[in-house]
Design a protein around this ligand. Structure first.
Ligand SMILES: Cc1cc2nc3c(=O)[nH]c(=O)nc-3n(C[C@H](O)[C@H](O)[C@H](O)COP(=O)(O)OP(=O)(O)OC[C@H]3O[C@@H](n4cnc5c(N)ncnc54)[C@H](O)[C@@H]3O)c2cc1C
Length: 461
């Protein structure tokens, strides 16, 4: 049960402002306007105040304040959550943006990452040592939200999900207590943090295992739309069997005006194969040849490069401020009937900015037992994300309905439930992101660690 909002007035909030090292932003402050905005431009909410935490002590002060005042809290990590979990009307937002320090212990192969860091902060610190851990498919996402929701990315088939590399988390609980959760300390909380998708406390520091990842063999191959059915069939055969050093994805997208594509296809709908081989880069080309050599592409880009460079390649395609609605389907097969249902919808979205992304899992992701963490469906071979996106609010409803329609059209093949990180609305976060058994276990733990429901997202947001 989510907490009812208390009535913290100006004087009460001033007590919080006086106690914290970082600023407390109130409506009217230009910085408040900036920090209340999240990546998804469709989210337009106004918190009561924004507590910009300078350190873990500030987090504890703000959480204790919220608990005393019965003031629900939201947590802003990287601000990328499409459902807008980081911000809610009339509540206290904890902005962790200044908690972005990253400390590498190259010898022990671990990295300690503060709760508001972005993946590019982690890459910048680890890559000089030829080390990395699984972040996402781009580098501007927050470590916090991405990790707590599981965390799929270019390194996952070799190194596991982001949560599979989590060794410990420093947490401020909803009553302000601080503890460290790990496999042998508060193991129930540690289980929930790994895939439970947040709401158990504020993680002020994540400790991750690192892997030897320097240069990768990575790139993208662009095909005409007509090749999509055959490419999808080739993908479904090759991807599950691919060596675990390789992670691949297919994207129905709009061709960028890039020099590696002929001018006549710029702005046209195409299907692109993205790949990243994180083993010996020289072996990558041979290992991935059956798929990257497929058909007669329109153009290709890529080669051997530092992992961090590849990780940033698509950042430019994901600027903040557009209006997004995302949803996702978890699949056991990509059979011909599914391909027939998918291609026409993916080929003709209502806005050229909309994408459809087809991913595979397997490898190290599937190597752990299903209940090793709260991330469900780790054994699923495929998932598909429908990315509804428009530049204007006027077009939002249309792209949202297209994305929802696409998911419905895949329902005959999809498992129940969706990956929390790609749930585009709070209702889905509550109802769809875990199976019944996992949800019940998570609810029990929420009652234990946040009995007043201060951190629970409200369904009506
Ligand atoms: C462009 C883009 C690309 C993406 N790519 C990937 C991808 O490759 N792989 C993937 O798995 N996901 C991906 N996602 C989804 C993303 O992981 C989730 O949306 C995630 O919630 C974003 O985390 P954040 O910290 O940036 O978001 P925020 O909106 O800041 O946070 C979302 C919620 O996470 C929780 N949270 C965040 N930080 C903390 C913390 N330190 N302590 C406690 N709770 C916290 C809170 O509940 C918060 O409300 C992508 C999203 C976008 C927009």
């Amino acid at each position: 049960m989510a907490a009812e909002s208390g009535h913290a007035g100006t004087q009460t909030l001033q007590r919080l402002a006086d106690a914290m090292r970082g600023p407390l932003l109130r409506p009217g402050n230009p910085e408040y306007e900036e920090r209340r905005r999240v990546w998804n431009g469709a989210i337009d909410r106004r918190p009561l105040a924004i507590a910009c935490c300078a350190d873990a002590e500030d987090v504890s002060i703000a959480v204790k304040f919220a608990a005393k005042e019965r003031l629900p809290l939201t947590i802003r990590g990287g601000g990328h959550n499409v459902a807008g979990l980081a911000v809610r009307d009339g509540t206290l937002m904890l902005d962790l943006g200044a908690l972005n320090r990253v400390e590498v212990d190259a010898q022990a192969r671990i990295v300690r990452v503060e709760g508001g860091a972005l993946w590019r902060d982690v890459d910048a610190a680890t890559q000089p040592y030829g080390l990395a851990t699984t972040g996402g498919f781009i580098s501007s996402t927050g470590v916090g939200g991405l990790t707590l929701g599981g965390g799929v990315g270019w390194l996952m088939r070799r190194c596991g999900l982001a949560i599979d590399n989590l060794i410990a988390a420093d947490v401020v609980l909803a009553d302000g207590r601080c503890l460290v959760a790990s496999a042998d300390r508060h193991a129930d909380l540690f289980w929930a943090l790994r895939g439970g998708a947040g709401g158990f406390g504020v993680v002020t520091r994540f400790t991750f295992r690192l892997h030897a990842v320097g240069e990768v063999f990575a790139g993208a191959v662009f095909h005409p739309l007509e090749a999509a059915p055959a490419l999808l069939r080739a993908f479904r055969e090759f991807a599950p069997m691919a060596p675990e050093q390789g992670t691949l994805m297919l994207a129905f997208t709009t061709a960028p005006p890039a020099p590696f594509l002929p001018p006549q296809v710029h702005g046209q709908r195409v299907v692109a194969l993205g790949y990243c081989w994180s083993g010996d880069p020289v072996r990558g080309e041979h290992a991935l040849a059956p798929l990257i050599g497929f058909g007669q592409p329109l153009g290709r880009v890529g080669g051997i490069m530092p992992y961090a460079a590849w990780q940033q390649t698509f950042d430019v395609n994901a600027p903040a401020g557009d209006h997004h609605y995302w949803t996702t389907s978890t699949l056991d097969v990509l059979d011909d009937a599914l391909i027939d249902a998918l291609v026409p919808n993916a080929a003709a979205p209502p806005d050229a900015l909309c994408d459809v992304h087809v991913y595979h899992l397997g490898g190290a992701v599937a190597a752990l037992p299903a209940d090793a963490s709260a991330f469900v469906h780790r054994d699923a071979p495929f998932f598909i994300n429908s990315i509804g996106r428009a530049q204007t609010a006027e077009k939002f409803t249309e792209v949202r309905e297209w994305a929802r329609g696409l998911r419905s059209s895949l329902a005959p093949w999809a498992r129940d439930g969706m990956q929390a990180n790609f749930a585009g609305e709070v209702r889905d976060w509550h109802e769809q992101t875990h199976d019944a058994v996992t949800r019940a276990r998570l609810e029990n733990l929420r009652r234990k660690y946040d009995p007043a429901g201060l951190l629970l997202p409200v369904r009506s947001d």
